[in-house]
Design a protein around this ligand. Structure first.
Ligand code: 0RA
Length: 641
């Protein structure tokens, strides 16, 4: 697997022109998501080097000037001349599409990266790149501009034994026309996730864009076991040690960590394939679910917890209270579905099933106490589900006649046609007041929520659903029971518009609401019912004209490019929706002829969810601090209009 590597193994495929012509084909988009993808692509190469066993530390720096540096202490990209091109291997890797070592077949490991496109794509889409390699007691450096070598590779002797690679790139503003600003939390969330998924690798993340640099370092010796421990940190475990399975079969590596908790009801299983979060599931999760259900039923019968005449425990019963992570590494992954986040390789199902089955069966045999506790919980879950089903059926029969009461603070619209109706979910009573006065009441409903929803600093679902504000939301929208088949015909509005202040508090609340939609009823997001309103940040008055600006960029642009240099003007910054007159709010944010509405895509909701699973502080942070840190969350430039 890690046999001698030589420069010939790097296959020569094609030049970089197609990448600059159609960047979306390679990195998904040229918006914020694509921009962040550049960092992941470079980091993935270092992760691969770590997985091959040669690198222990990866550093990512956001530099003051806007570039990003990714350094590792691996073997260094080979810098000797390539036999066919005469160029160094480093240059080949940087300038030839798909020339990474991982495409050589016989060379090492499993490729990471959603697109797995290689560092040459980053080079093509950067204004400049500077690569430095420490290897053979030499330092090699080479600079590239928009994918083209700017200089020959240079080499200098060096004293220390140190080896490694460092790549600094400046994203090209010609390509990323929405700007090249990286979001700290987006990167921190993904880097922390990578540290959990690749146990033992140390990832240090430094933001040098502020006068006072901010440094965070992630290293989890326990890998996904620590990830599970982190997710269950506020819960009461049914068994102390986390069940852990690791193995390899037919070239597929499988790692699973599981823990059942007493005070948790929903299951929380995260799947990863080649370090990618598979939000749409796939064969690895199917295999895991099947083997869990089968093994628990077999053991339950063996231990006489289920009698011969009893029906089998269902999968949901067995998974009740379960938190788990499954991470597989597949040599040739097939990603399916609209967002390419569903693992398709059919062989993985059986491999996971057999590997986990063997280890789990043995574990349960050696730990009868844990086994009984888990089975008892599953049996209780089974009975509770039966009882709940009966109760629900009775409630349903009733509700056919008298539909469930709408919350008092909902200002409903007069239309009863969901297709033309929209609901604005508004933060705070004062903004709610302006929205109620400003709206078109024929088809626009307003639901004011108090900031309270949002004091939930934990991932614990049951708390979220007991919250009054959340219940009001569920009733107003006409949503059913969580996780049940989604029935769009019950939805009372086909546009669910989250309208929050354009400040950090608003961003926090928006993150929470998106997470809620994502977890409670994903189909709402999948089917495109969820939107975000975009209130203006500024009103600028000049003479008799006034302008609304929705971003700092727009404001600066207006003043610099549209106004004469000596113009007199007045800027008003809106601190919140409540500061706007109802008519202003209507004009700028609610009127469908002039407003901007962004439709939320599933990745945005998943991103919000990630913030909750890996980013929400160790220890419960004070609310103020939370907002400062996580406020600017959810970079929305990628969303559809
Ligand atoms: C292929 C072969 C060798 C090193 C690498 C790839 C490599 C690539 C990257 C990208 C970022 N960091 C990296 N570190 C290493 C060297 C094989 C050998 O020395 O025999």
């Amino acid at each position: 697997m890690t046999s001698s590597y030589s420069a010939e193994q790097i296959q020569v495929l094609e030049g970089l022109e197609p990448v600059r012509k159609r960047p979306g084909m390679y990195i998904g988009s040229t918006g914020s998501r694509g921009l962040h993808h550049l960092v992941y692509e470079v980091v993935d190469n270092s992760i691969d080097e770590a997985l091959a066993g040669y690198c222990t530390h990866i550093e990512i720096d956001l530099n003051a000037e806007g570039s990003v540096t990714v350094s590792d202490d691996g073997r260094g990209i080979p810098a000797e001349p390539h036999p066919r091109t005469g160029k160094s291997a480093l240059e080949t890797v940087m300038t030839v599409l798909h020339a990474g070592g991982k495409f050589g077949g016989s060379s090492y490991k499993v490729s990471g990266g959603l697109h797995g496109v290689g560092v040459s794509v980053v080079n093509a889409l950067s204004e400049w790149v500077e690569a430095t390699v420490w290897r053979n007691n030499k330092v090699y450096t080479q600079r590239f501009e928009r994918g083209i070598p700017f200089s020959e590779i240079t080499e200098k002797p060096k004293k220390q034994e140190h080896t490694g690679t460092s790549v600094t790139f400046m994203p090209d503003r010609e390509i990323f026309t929405n700007g090249i600003e990286f979001d700290y939390n987006t990167l921190a969330g993904r880097l922390r996730e990578l540290a959990y998924l690749n146990g033992g690798v140390q990832i240090t993340f430094t933001d040098k864009r502020e006068p006072e640099p901010h440094v965070e370092s992630y290293c989890y010796e326990g890998g996904i076991r620590e990830y599970v421990a982190y997710m269950t940190r506020e819960k009461q475990p049914l068994h102390q040690d986390i069940i852990y399975v690791q193995g390899e079969r037919e070239g597929v590596q499988v790692e699973v960590a599981l823990q059942w908790c007493i005070d948790a009801y929903s299951d929380n299983l995260l799947g990863f394939a080649n370090n990618i979060r598979t939000i749409d599931g796939g064969t690895h999760l199917e295999g895991l679910k099947t083997v869990l259900t089968r093994t628990m039923n077999t053991v339950a019968r063996k231990r006489n917890k289920l009698k011969e005449k009893d029906a089998n425990l269902g999968g949901e019963n067995v998974r009740e209270g379960l938190t788990g992570v499954i991470s597989v590494k597949v040599p040739e992954p097939e990603f399916e579905g609209q967002t390419k986040t569903k693992l398709g390789n059919t062989e993985v199902r059986g491999i996971v099933d057999s590997l986990v089955g063997e280890v789990l069966t043995e574990y349960l045999e050696f730990n009868p106490g844990i086994t009984d506790a888990v089975i008892d919980k599953a049996v209780q879950a089974f009975k509770a589900a039966e009882a709940a089903r009966l109760a629900r059926e009775q409630v349903r029969r009733k509700s056919v006649l008298e539909s469930s009461p709408l919350p008092g603070k909902l200002a409903d619209c007069s239309s009863r046609n969901p297709q033309e109706s929209e609901i604005f979910i508004v933060e705070g009573d004062s903004a709610g007041g302006s929205a109620k006065q400003g709206r078109d009441r024929r088809f626009q409903a307003i639901l004011p929520l108090r900031g309270k929803i949002l004091n939930i600093e934990k991932t614990d679902d049951s708390k979220i659903y007991k919250n009054n504000e959340v219940q009001a939301l569920i009733a107003a929208l006409g949503l059913g029971v969580k996780g049940e088949e989604f029935d769009a015909s019950h939805l009372r509005y086909h546009r669910l518009v989250v309208m929050t202040d354009a400040d950090v508090d608003g961003a926090h609340i928006r993150t929470l609401l998106l997470t809620f939609f994502y977890r409670y009823q994903r189909s709402l997001v999948d089917q495109g019912y969820v939107y975000i309103a975009c209130p203006p940040l500024y009103k600028i008055e000049r003479g008799r004209n006034h302008y609304y600006c929705y971003s700092d960029r727009e404001k600066d642009n207006l003043i610099q490019n549209e106004f004469p240099a000596n113009a007199n003007y007045n800027i008003q910054r809106f601190k919140g929706l409540g500061e706007m007159m109802p008519k202003q709010l209507w004009e700028t944010t609610m009127n469908s002829d002039s407003r901007i509405l962004k439709r939320v895509e599933i990745e945005d909701a998943a991103e919000a969810d990630r913030i909750f699973t890996v980013l929400m502080g160790d220890r419960v942070a004070p609310r103020r601090e939370f907002i400062e840190t996580y406020g600017s969350q959810l970079n929305l430039t990628d969303l559809d209009f």
